[in-house]
Structure formats: C-alpha cells, structure tokens
Design a protein around this ligand. Structure first.
Ligand SMILES: [Zn+2]
Length: 255
C-alpha cells in the first residue's frame, strides 16, 4: 500500500512575526486530519514553540509527530557553522521542552540545506531529516550520497510534483489547480497553516510575490486540501508520520 507522509511547516505567517493565521487555522487542519485518518508530521520553528508552548504537546496528543524547523526560520545556507549549530540545538531544546518528548527530526527552512547540514544534524543529536526537495541547493543525487555517507542521519526528501521540477506541496498544487488534482499521492507532501487563511493582511509579502503566493489561498486552499486528502484516501493511500512512513531509497529515486 502506498504511504503518504503529510507534513506541516509551522512558522510565523508568511515572512511576518504574526501567528494569527496559524492560531486560527491549525485547529481546522487538525480536524481535517482526523476526518481523513492522517497521522501527520509537524515541523515547528523553535521560536514559535516558545511563543505557543502548549502547541507541541497538543499536536502529540492528537497523534502527530513533532519535529524541528529551525529556531528562527533563517535560511541555513546563510549561517556560519556556530550559528547553524545553535539553530539545531536551540530548536531541539524548545521542541523537547514543550512537547515532553525527544525531537529527532528536522526540516531546513526553505529547503535551503547547506552541504554540511547532515554532519551538523548528527552532532546535534538528530536521526532523520526531510530537508531536500527539487530546487533545493543539494537536491542532486550525487551530492546527497556524498553528504549522507559521512553520517547516520536519514534523509527523506520531498519529491517532485509529478514530472515538474518543483516540490510537491499545497502551494504548487494550488498554483496548478485543477490540473494538479490528477497527480496521485506523493510519498511526502508539505503545507503551511497560513495558506489556509482568507485574510493575508499580516503577511510580509513583497508586492511582486503577492499575486503568485495568494493564488487560490484561503477557502480555495481549504477545499483543495480537503479534495486531495479525500482523493488519496479513496485511491488507497495510507497516511503515516515520518520517519517510518517513507522508505528513503524509494523516495530518493522519485526526486
Ligand atoms: Zn518554513
């Protein structure tokens, strides 16, 4: 049976400091996941966990896995070795304090994973990562093999959306809707709670990006997500959390 890992990146609402859209739409998302028997993986920014300390434990109580999405959501490719180490350690501590359980998984913000990420993850005590995707700086299979050879950290990448060189997530499915509805369930899928809001007034979007980023957001995004989960469920997909949901070798072949 095909297994799909639905993953949610929990961060401030689109490049702002606001958590309003996330506060409003996370509960809706959790109910939708219950409806479709989705055990999801939430990559929570450490600073968000500190601002909403009850959130990681609440996600776990609903049956989901909680992992790290960095401490500040800065692109790791712009950080020195010491800053990178702090991002990994601070966020791990924040998630563990708030969730009351070990945090062993990681996703790089913007899928911007520097070549030395895996060694740094292993040193900081992580066991697995879902930081690579089409368009990410180290998505090439050769570089991936070289980086992973030196550590025990397992990488479970986000695959392509069909044959397109973009990651399979709600944002690109929305952009290419309804054509994207015909692409089957991916091994890993990602989305953000803020995509579900009909009120993007808090977003710190550059004007040039606005039309592209807001296409089919809000209620349209909610119905697209609900349609996709329903389609995949009918097609026999099982929804399970990372890292056990995915076979890394099989997923790697799809990227
Ligand atoms: Zn993110």
């Amino acid at each position: 049976m095909a297994v799909t890992a639905v993953t949610v990146d929990v961060e401030a609402d689109f490049a702002s400091d606001s958590l309003r859209a996330t506060d409003v739409w996370l509960p809706w998302l959790l109910d939708l996941f219950d409806e479709h028997a989705v055990q999801a993986t939430f990559f929570v920014v450490g600073a968000v966990a500190r601002r909403r300390p009850a959130l990681p434990a609440a996600l776990r109580a609903r049956g989901h896995v909680v992992a790290s999405h960095g401490q500040t959501h800065r692109p790791l490719t712009q950080l020195g070795a010491k800053e990178l180490d702090l991002e990994l350690r601070d966020s791990k501590a924040a998630i563990e304090d708030c969730a009351g359980a070990a945090c062993t998984g990681f996703r790089a913000p913007f899928f911007a994973a520097p070549p030395h990420l895996y060694a740094a993850l292993a040193t900081a005590g992580y066991a697995w990562s879902s930081s690579m995707a089409p368009l990410s700086p180290i998505s090439g299979p050769r570089l991936r093999r070289r980086q992973q050879a030196v550590t025990s950290v397992v990488e479970i990448p986000v695959p392509r959306l069909g044959r397109l060189p973009v990651p399979d997530g709600l944002s690109y499915r929305r952009l290419l809707w309804p054509v994207s509805r015909h692409v089957g369930a991916p091994s890993v899928f990602y989305l953000h709670p803020y995509e579900l809001t009909s009120d993007p007034s808090d977003f710190a979007l550059p004007a040039a990006w606005r039309p592209l980023m807001l296409v089919r957001s809000g209620s349209a995004a909610r119905s697209i997500l609900s349609d996709l989960l329903g389609d995949w469920q009918r097609d026999g997909a099982a929804f399970a959390a990372l890292p056990h949901a995915a076979e890394p070798a099989r997923v790697a072949a799809a990227i």
